[in-house]
Write a protein that binds this ligand. Structure first.
Ligand code: PNW
Length: 500
C-alpha cells in the first residue's frame, strides 16, 4: 500500500467511525420487513407484446421530444422476459417482500374490463408464483402512473368516468391474484400523478392546467381509492385476508427559520402535499388549511366558488378510514419560507399554499436535481405522520439514491441508505409504528422524463446489451446484509435490542 492509499484508508476508517457515532445501530425487530421496489412501466418492456395496450408513457415517449435523449421504455429492463432473473436477485438480497406494479393495459389492453388479456395475466401469475416459491411476499401497486391511452383521450384522471373503470380493473386483479397477494397499494404517489401530470404538466400526460387540473384529478383519485378499498372490504377481505393501502409521497418540509410564520408555512406545505391525500383517506376531507387558502384565493380571484372541489357529507363519510396501512415514499427535504402574497393573483397549486421552498447548496447533492441527502427528514416525517394521523401502520414503500450509470457513486448510496435507515430506527424508538422498508430500486430502470440518465438500482443494468445484463453494485451487498441481519452495520456492531 503506498502513502496515498494508506491515507485514504485511514480517512475511510475515520469517517466510518464518526458516522457510526451518530447512527442508531439497534437491530430492527424480527418481523420488520425489508424489501425492494420497481414499477411495471419502468422495468417490463414488451410494450406492445402479447396484446398489451398503449399507455400514456408509451404515447409521450413515442410522439414527443419530452423525454431525455428521446429514450423510451419499449424494452427497459426486459423484465417481461427476465422476471426469473429479477426473482433470483431478490432472493440473493434476502428480502422479505417485493413491491412491483401491474400494468393496467397489459391486463386490460384498452383499460376496459370487457376483454382480459390472458397473456398479461399469465405473466403476473408466473411472477407471483416465482416469488412465493422463494419465500418473497408480493406487494402489488395497482396503479403506478401508466394510464391506458384510451382513457387519456377523454381526460384521464380529470374525467370521473375513470373511477368506475379503475374499480373494474381492481376487481379483475383481486379476483385473479387476490388469493396470493396480501399487500395491495391502490396508487403510487397521487401527488405526482395529479400535480405533475395535470397541473404543472411535467409528467405524462403533460397537461398544464395550473390550479384546476390537479385538484380535479386528485378528487377522482381519492374517490377511486375509497371505492376500491370498500369493494375489497366487502367482497374480498374475508376470503383473502389481505390489506389495502396507498402510497403517498412528500418531501419533508422544514421551516427555514424559527419564526412563527415559517413554522406555519412548513406545516401548511406538508398539508398541501401529504395531507392533500392522507387527510381525506384517513379523516374524510381535505385539510382545513387547504380549504381555507384555496377558497380565499379563489374568491379574491373572482371565482364564485373554490377551485378545490368539495366532497359531500356522504362522500366524506364514505372516504373516511379507507386504509389498512400507509405507504410512504420519502427521499428528501425542503426548507420552507412563508410568502407574504398580498395580491394573490397567481392561479396554481404552488401559489395556493403561499409558501416558497428550496434546497440549500450546502446540503449534499445527488445526480437528481430534486434530491438532496437529508436523512434527518425521514425521522421527522414519520413522527409527523403519527402525530397528525395517529397510530396507523406505516411502511416505507420507496427510498433510494441515484447515480448516473458512469461514475460509481455506490459508497454514497450505501451511506445514504445507512443514514436513512438509522432515522427510521430512531422513529421506531420514538414509538412510530413502522412495519417495513422498501428500497427504490431493485435495479436501474426507466426514470420517466429522465430516461436512463438517473439510476436508482442496487443492480446495474446494461441498457446497451440486448441481454440487459444485471450486475450487483456494492450497495446490493450492503442491502443484503441489512435485510438478512436486520442490522444497518456489521452484525457485530449491532445492538441487539427488541423494540416493544
Ligand atoms: C418516485 N419527490 O417518484 C416514483 O414512485 C418512482 O417511479 C421513481 O422512479 C422514483 O421516485 C425516483 O424518482 C418520486 O419529489 C418523484 O420527493 C419525486 C419525489 C419523490 C418520488
Amino acid at each position: 500500500m503506498n502513502f496515498q492509499e494508506t491515507c485514504m484508508l485511514i480517512l475511510l476508517i475515520a469517517s466510518n467511525f464518526v458516522s457510526l457515532q451518530s447512527l442508531n445501530t439497534k437491530q430492527f425487530p424480527a418481523n420488520f420487513m425489508f424489501g425492494a421496489a420497481t414499477a411495471a412501466h419502468q422495468i417490463e418492456g414488451g410494450w406492445k407484446e402479447d396484446g398489451k395496450g398503449e399507455n400514456i408513457w408509451d404515447r409521450i415517449a413515442h410522439s414527443t421530444n419530452a423525454i431525455h435523449n428521446h429514450e423510451n421504455a419499449d424494452i427497459a429492463c426486459d423484465s417481461y422476459h427476465k422476471y426469473k432473473d429479477d426473482v433470483a436477485m431478490l432472493k440473493y438480497l434476502s428480502v422479505d417482500h417485493y413491491r412491483f406494479s401491474i400494468a393496467w393495459s397489459r391486463i386490460l389492453p384498452t383499460g376496459f374490463s370487457n376483454h382480459v388479456n390472458e397473456a398479461g395475466v399469465n405473466y403476473y401469475k408466473k411472477l407471483i408464483k416465482a416469488l412465493q416459491s422463494n419465500g418473497i411476499k408480493p406487494m402489488v401497486t395497482i396503479f403506478h402512473w401508466d394510464t391506458p391511452q384510451t382513457f387519456e383521450n377523454i381526460g384521464g384522471w380529470t374525467n370521473e368516468m375513470i373511477i368506475d373503470r379503475y374499480v373494474d380493473y381492481s376487481r379483475v386483479l383481486f379476483e385473479t391474484f387476490g388469493g396470493d397477494v396480501k399487500y395491495w397499494l391502490t396508487f403510487n404517489e397521487p401527488k405526482q400523478i395529479c400535480q405533475e401530470g395535470y397541473g404543472a404538466g411535467i409528467k405524462a400526460p403533460g397537461i398544464m392546467s395550473h390550479g384546476f387540473g390537479e385538484y380535479l384529478c386528485a378528487h377522482n383519485v381519492i374517490k377511486a381509492h375509497a371505492k376500491v378499498w370498500h369493494m375489497y372490504n366487502k367482497e374480498f377481505r374475508n376470503k383473502q385476508q389481505g390489506q389495502v393501502g396507498i402510497t403517498i409521497d412528500s418531501m419533508w418540509m422544514e421551516p427555514e427559520t424559527n419564526s412563527e410564520v415559517d413554522i406555519l408555512a412548513a406545516e401548511r406545505k406538508m398539508q398541501f402535499t401529504f395531507g392533500w391525500y392522507a387527510n381525506p383517506i384517513i379523516n374524510g376531507d381535505y385539510p382545513a388549511v387547504m380549504k381555507e387558502f384555496i377558497g380565499r384565493r379563489s374568491i379574491l380571484q373572482g371565482y364564485n366558488k373554490s377551485r378545490l372541489p368539495a366532497f359531500t357529507t356522504d362522500e366524506i363519510r364514505y372516504i373516511k378510514g379507507t386504509i389498512d396501512y400507509l405507504g410512504i415514499n420519502q427521499y428528501t427535504a425542503m426548507l420552507v419560507r412563508h410568502i407574504n402574497d398580498t395580491d394573490k393573483t397567481e392561479i396554481s397549486w404552488e401559489a395556493d399554499s403561499e409558501t416558497f421552498e428550496y434546497q440549500p447548496d450546502y446540503w449534499e447533492a445527488t445526480v437528481s436535481d430534486w434530491l438532496k441527502v437529508t436523512p434527518w427528514g425521514m425521522r421527522k416525517q414519520l413522527n409527523w405522520i403519527r402525530a397528525t394521523y395517529g397510530d396507523i401502520p406505516q411502511i416505507i414503500t420507496e427510498n433510494g439514491y441515484p447515480d448516473n450509470g458512469t461514475v460509481s457513486l455506490d459508497e454514497r448510496r450505501i451511506n445514504y441508505l445507512k443514514q436513512y435507515l438509522s432515522g427510521i430506527r430512531d422513529a421506531l424508538d420514538d414509538g412510530v409504528k413502522i412495519i417495513g422498508y422498501t428500497v427504490w430500486s431493485l435495479m436501474d430502470n426507466y426514470e420517466w422524463y429522465r430516461g436512463y440518465s438517473e439510476r436508482f438500482g442496487l443492480y446495474r443494468v446494461d441498457f446497451t446489451n440486448p441481454e440487459r445484463t444485471r450486475t450487483p453494485k456494492l450497495s446490493a451487498e450492503y442491502f443484503k446484509n441489512v435485510s438478512s441481519t436486520k442490522c444497518i452495520v456489521y452484525v457485530s456492531e449491532c445492538i441487539d435490542e427488541v423494540v416493544k
